[in-house]
Ligand binder design. Structure first.
Ligand code: C5P
Length: 207
């Protein structure tokens, strides 16, 4: 069973993907982490994330980098969104994601193009979203909780910039697959969103 969970930044898709994976006892891959590793490695190499050759060179990052807490930084998310525009980078990361999806027993993957490019044949697809303002509110509260000093307006501006880059790129843009459930959790709390996601997947699997 393959489950695709796509959506914009700070939509809660990672939380939902992990909850689905725990419920169905499946392995889960946060594909954003791969792009974050490429963005961060580009910086470590003193490369330019907007340059395709520099970004491609960073695709052979060491697997140990995936455990680096720096990948979670907001600034690394920005680097990831810049390197992910390059078709050569997407191609370099493609097989790793497909192999994860196709492992025996199945898997859950979350990202931007799982239901459209990586696993268009997935058994269940979800497109998780919330309004930019609500996503900014949650991300801002979470960052303040971690002691990061940042204004709400800065977080909202970053979310708008990331959305524009992710939806506007030519290769594998962020878009809802026609057969994906649209799960807008603007007015839902975490538990209600998870319950809706699991009920949808169960319905698909039962068929
Ligand atoms: O999901 P996360 O915020 O960690 O992703 C970081 C960036 O990586 C996104 O803004 C997006 O540009 C890119 N990404 C992508 N395709 C994916 C996952 C992430 O382009 N499947």
């Amino acid at each position: 069973m393959i489950i695709a969970v796509d959506g914009p930044t700070a939509s809660g898709k990672g939380t939902i993907a992990r909850a689905i994976a725990a419920y169905f006892a499946l392995p889960v891959l946060d594909t954003g982490l791969l792009y974050r590793a490429v963005g961060y490695q580009t910086q470590l190499n003193h490369g330019d994330p907007d340059n395709s050759t520099d970004a491609l060179a960073a695709c052979n990052f060491a697997d140990s980098l995936l455990d680096d807490p720096a990948l979670r930084y907001e600034s690394t998310g920005g680097l990831a969104s810049r390197v992910s525009v390059h078709p050569a980078v997407r191609k370099a990361l493609f097989q790793r994601q497909v192999d994860f999806a196709n492992q025996p027993g199945g898997a859950v993957l979350d990202g931007r193009d799982i239901g459209t490019v990586i696993a268009p044949y997935a058994d269940a697809k979800l497109f998780v979203t919330a309004s930019p303002e609500e996503r900014a509110r949650r991300r801002h509260a979470e960052m303040l909780g971690r002691g990061v000093e940042i204004t709400y307006d800065t977080v909202l501006a970053d979310i708008h910039a990331r959305d524009a880059r992710d939806t506007g790129r030519a290769d594998a843009p962020l878009i809802r697959a026609g057969d994906a459930l649209l799960l807008d959790n603007t007015a839902l709390d975490r538990d209600a969103a998870i319950a809706a996601a699991i009920a949808f997947v169960e319905g698909k699997v039962a068929r």
